[in-house]
Design a protein around this ligand. Structure first.
Ligand SMILES: [Zn+2]
Length: 274
């Protein structure tokens, strides 16, 4: 049994369900209100997303201008994790979903009762968890002392010739679900943690789970543009982002569909400092 440093403020999490792994895997902050402030840390953690555009058929697309991922229910979304220096061995990547608005952020985000009961399940994740990690048998799911859900996966060192690893997430409820998210905007917090549970880096992005990701991204970007134009007319300060990064080779065989261009996550924008 591996033992970990135990900080009294960060009690050991219980892995709710996992096949063939030890029941205690990492420590996690149990703050009532998790931080959604970006923190690149010493490894310069950065997230990138495939450039999927806004076609009608797209099932998952990321808007750099909004720092927002639009995706369909249960569809796989690639989140590309890049670090400038190697993370220590045994590091863990954790995904946590939280409500974006300050009046709801303390509430635990869980699936709506309808989807929790649905027959869609084909994995071993707890049924009330919103986020699933796909494409790996090493994912595990846990709850902290406040009942907040995490989906975790051991951090994989990029393969030779590659500089990034890819996290495959899927969201198992819709933003409009009654008795669930109830149209409230949510954020996903991705943290890189050492095996002792120390925070090495944090990045956040907003998520909308909907039937028409491409269409909704386009509409929200247009709204933002209109707002920015209004601000401009009013003499406000604004800027437009459109940086595209060079090739990011995928490391999982099933990720060969990732296009050659990736959007960078906007540093320090679109997330709430709490
Ligand atoms: Zn639902």
């Amino acid at each position: 049994m591996v033992s970990f440093f135990q900080d009294p403020l960060r009690p050991i999490m219980t892995a709710v369900q996992e096949e063939g792994m030890s029941s205690t895997l990492a420590l996690v902050p149990t703050l009532a209100v998790p931080s959604t402030e970006d923190y690149p840390g010493q490894h310069a953690l950065k997230l990138e997303f495939p450039q999927n555009g806004t076609a009608k058929s797209v099932t998952c697309t990321y808007s750099p201008d909004l720092n927002k991922l639009f995706c369909q229910f249960a569809k796989t979304c690639s989140v590309i994790i890049r670090v400038q220096s190697a993370a220590p061995s045994g590091a863990v990547v954790r995904a946590v979903a939280v409500y974006k608005k300050s009046e709801h952020v303390a509430e635990v985000l869980r699936r709506c009762p309808h989807h929790e009961r649905s027959e869609h399940e084909d994995d071993f994740a707890p049924r009330n968890h919103l986020i699933r990690v796909q494409g790996t048998s090493q994912a595990y799911y846990s709850e902290d002392a406040n009942g907040r859900h995490s989906a975790c996966v051991p951090y994989e060192v990029p393969q030779v010739g590659s500089q990034c690893t890819v996290l495959l997430l899927s969201y198992m409820c819709n933003t409009v679900c009654v008795d669930g998210m109830n149209r409230q905007p949510i954020m996903t917090i991705i943290t890189l943690e050492s095996k002792e549970g120390l925070l090495l880096g944090r990045r956040c992005f907003e998520v909308r789970i909907c039937a028409c990701p491409g269409q909704n991204r386009r509409a929200e970007e247009e709204n933002l543009q209109k707002k920015e134009e209004k601000t401009k007319e009013g003499g406000g300060d604004l800027h437009v982002q459109g940086t595209v990064l060079p090739t990011c080779p995928s490391v999982f065989p099933l990720l060969d569909h990732i296009p050659d261009l990736c959007f960078p996550l906007r540093v320090g924008e679109g997330s709430q400092a709490l």
